[in-house]
Design a protein around this ligand. Structure first.
Ligand code: NAI
Length: 286
């Protein structure tokens, strides 16, 4: 029987979430996605108008099908969390059931269960500011959107995840090494995400036989990365200094996610898997 995946954090065809969806689809999984509420309309209409058709092509020539798109805002766990100004916001008022708990309930109602949960989202409103200039509000917002969002997703989806299921998030080496420019508490958020991967692997493994891993990905020119402002430099640095001197493709991360979600990885949990052309192993650039 084919597996069903829910991928949170797909709003165009440039990011890791899209590439992971494609690799999972190519391996035969049914694809559900969670799209950030403010990005929902443009994503759905672009998809409908065929704007992504070229990048929907799978290795066998068929087009990836997304069975259903759910609006999602992963900084809100349930309706009680949502402030009035957000409720009144035109884009948010235009859709419903987008808090994490409500999305999990909708997926349960529509499909009953899932096998694979992917968290491919992050947000740090002050990412361009050095940590020393980051406000408490900005720091906590980064942690809320980029780290707790994963705890919340897993918490709410575990009850509908089949035993033997697999959960994957995306992290970045700025959690453990100094990457100037990755500010606003985003480095802190990734450190939390990686530490949580271990604790969640224990709790979800013992209770529900679910594996929890994170992929530490190299630089990709996604929409989110472009907003940070240094992505071209990071890609150049990696090509110049990594053991494998090539630009990383999103598909390489997608394929790793498909492996981690498959029975081939049945003993891998609590791991940070580097998919970065080996850059993490270097001690000095040469
Ligand atoms: P992306 O822009 O494709 O994905 C980020 C997604 O998060 C977007 O679709 C955005 O709409 C969504 N999002 C933001 N706030 C949200 C919220 N509150 N609720 C729901 N969705 C929300 O960019 P990318 O780079 O593919 O990011 C995916 C993951 O990969 C992130 O965790 C990122 O930190 C990680 N990553 C990216 C690297 C890169 O160089 N692009 C390197 C290493 C990790």
């Amino acid at each position: 029987k084919g597996k069903r995946a829910f991928i949170a954090g797909v709003a165009d065809d440039n990011g890791y979430g899209w590439a992971i969806a494609k690799s999972l689809a190519a391996a035969g999984a049914e694809i559900l996605v969670g799209t950030w509420v403010p990005a929902l309309n443009i994503f759905e209409s672009s998809l409908r108008r065929g704007k992504f058709d070229e990048s929907r092509v799978l290795p066998d020539g068929s087009l990836m099908e997304i069975t259903k798109i759910y609006p999602l805002d992963a900084v809100f766990d349930n309706l009680e969390d949502v402030p009035e100004d957000v409720k009144a916001n035109k884009r948010y008022a235009g859709s419903s059931n987008w808090t994490v708990q409500e999305v999990a309930e909708s997926v349960k109602k529509d499909f009953g269960s899932i096998d694979i949960l992917v968290h491919s989202l992050a947000n740090g409103p002050e990412v361009t500011k050095p940590l020393l200039e980051t406000s408490r509000k900005g720091y906590l917002a980064a942690i809320s959107a980029s780290s707790y969002s994963y705890v919340s997703l897993l918490k709410n989806f575990i009850p509908i995840m089949n035993p033997g299921g697999s959960s994957i998030s995306l992290t970045y080496i700025a959690s453990e090494r100094i990457i100037p420019g990755y500010g606003g508490g985003m480095s802190s958020a990734k450190a939390a995400l990686e530490s949580d991967t271990k604790v969640l692997a224990f709790e979800a493994g013992r209770k529900h036989k679910i594996r929890v891993n994170t992929i530490s990905a190299g630089p990709l020119r996604s929409r989110a990365a472009k907003a940070i402002g240094f992505i071209d430099m990071m890609i150049e640095y990696s090509v110049a200094n990594a053991p494998l001197q090539k630009e990383l493709s999103a598909d390489e991360v997608g394929n790793t996610a498909a492996f981690l979600a498959s029975p081939l990885a049945s003993a891998i949990t609590g791991a940070v898997i580097y998919v970065d052309n080996g850059l993490n192993a270097m001690g000095v650039g040469v």
